[in-house]
Write a protein that binds this ligand. Structure first.
Ligand code: CAO
Length: 423
């Protein structure tokens, strides 16, 4: 039995943030019913198309293990079907623009009337306040959540990261809110509203930079490279390049082959506890005891010289050789892996972190499996549904529409172009 077996999710999500949340719940065993506009569906189905006529990777990689029902929630019969879905489901998840659900006629008050045990989970760009009505996308959240202003190099502009911390990050936050509310419902017997704002999610993931903002008010941030370089601090947490966030000096350094390979680099941390081993490995054993080098604080104004010397050594090794040499010595290093290298890593397939998924329209594709492993609730990644693939099945099996009633719903056009076999 899967951990969330028996939990029904009314999945009204689209694009990335909401779908990542409901995909996780589906992987843990919930029955996720994805509601999509008839004939159109989630906009990502047709975004960044690589196989003409087939659902895009953008869609397929975010919507595994779900069932799809086409439903126009703005016409009368559609509203009736949606009401039945709210009655039958435990959780409703949505990431529409602010106010869209109210405009559809399904306010939180109305949803509670229909099903007092319902948990309504929503992602919005901002929480209550001056920006609450804004539509928000990934990079807007990264900028508003403090990530962009603290990412990049001191002499360059703010940078957004490749990791989708605004969308997928907020989806993760919402998933935790949902299972917490389900746990609470076991005791209280009531549903509740769960909201996660993308700005808040990004800020939560960037909290060490708010830590530094407050430390900055008491004096310069001594572990930042700019301190050792004698560059004065401004009023706000600065961009710190590739400095490590935990206070131990770290940099990205070139490795053998860097001239031709844009990813022939390693991360290298001169962790204080293993400084002596670092000195031995790079061939500077005298730095272990030398004045100005032996103590972490004394090294801060020499980090450029020290890392230049370490880089002289890393440039004689591949990033994997650096890992093989340093790892047994507890010197923290990490190869910069390209997406190509990751996609070819057999070890990640063995753990289910990467999966190959067959698809009737596009053939086999690679996806990221469930990154969270439960020993008693295994995950089998199933392909994403075609648009409306389960419309009849959901109307009949989940909602109990049959015979004339089913024909009435289908003929109304509320559920798209569905063919119902004569009884
Ligand atoms: N039947 C009928 N109408 C439907 C429907 C259905 N099954 N599904 C959606 N609609 C309607 C909505 O009700 C809405 O109508 P109104 O504008 O009349 O209220 C309309 O479709 C458009 O929905 P939307 O405003 O949510 O979509 P958008 O493409 O204009 O905006 C987005 C997209 C993501 C910016 C917006 O949804 C948003 O801000 N969401 C919250 C934040 C978020 O999740 N952002 C991350 C997105 S991933 O980068």
């Amino acid at each position: 039995m899967k951990a969330l077996e028996g939990v029904k999710i009314l999945d009204f999500t689209h694009v990335q943030s909401g779908p990542t949340c409901t995909q996780l719940l589906a992987w843990f065993g919930a029955d996720v019913l994805k509601v999509e506009r008839p004939g159109v569906g989630d906009a990502t189905r047709k975004q960044l198309v690589d196989v003409p006529g087939a659902d895009s990777l953008y869609f397929t990689m975010l919507n595994h293990n779900k069932r799809s029902i086409e439903l126009n929630s703005k016409n009368e019969v559609g509203k009736e079907v949606l009401t039945r879905l709210i009655e039958e489901c435990d959780v409703m998840v949505e990431n529409f623009a602010p106010g869209a659900l109210d405009r559809m006629g399904f306010s939180w008050e109305r949803i509670q009337e229909i099903n007092p045990k319902m948990i309504l989970a929503s992602i919005k760009g901002f929480g209550p306040g001056k920006y609450q009505d804004c539509k928000v996308y990934e990079n807007v959240a990264q900028c508003a959540g403090g990530s962009a202003s603290t990412t990049g190099f001191l002499d360059g502009p703010p940078l957004v990261t490749g990791a989708q911390i605004g969308d997928s990050g907020t989806g993760l936050h919402l998933a935790l809110g949902i299972v917490t509310a389900l746990f609470h419902r076991e005791k209280s017997g009531r549903g509740q509203k769960v909201t996660a704002a993308m700005q808040d999610g990004v800020l939560n993931l960037t909290r060490v930079k708010l830590r530094d903002q407050q430390r900055l008010e008491k004096g310069p941030l001594e572990e930042y490279s700019q301190f050792g370089e004698g560059i004065p601090f401004g009023e706000a947490t600065p961009r710190a390049g590739n400095d490590s966030g935990g206070g131990q000096p770290g940099r990205i350094l070139k490795c053998k082959g860097w001239e031709d390979d844009p990813n022939a680099y390693t991360y290298f941390i001169t962790q204080a506890a293993v400084w002596e081993k670092v000195c031995d490995v790079i061939g500077e054993p005298e730095w272990k005891t030398k004045d100005g080098y032996a103590k972490p604080k004394d090294r801060l104004d020499k980090l450029n010289e020290i890392f230049a010397r370490i880089e002289e050594w890393t440039m004689t090794k591949t990033k994997f050789e650096v890992m093989d040499i340093c790892n047994p010595l507890d010197i923290p290093v990490g190869p910069i892996l390209s997406m190509k290298e990751i996609a070819e890593d057999e070890g990640l397939y063995a753990t289910g972190t990467l999966v190959k998924v067959p698809h009737p329209e596009r053939g086999e594709y690679i996806s990221v499996g469930c990154p969270i492993k439960l020993s008693d609730s295994s995950v089998e990644v199933e392909r994403s549904p075609l648009l409306g693939e389960h419309t009849t099945e959901i109307l009949q099996q989940v909602l109990g529409y049959d015979g004339e009633n089913l024909a009435r719903v289908v003929e109304s056009g509320a559920v798209g172009d569905v063919k119902v076999a004569a009884e």
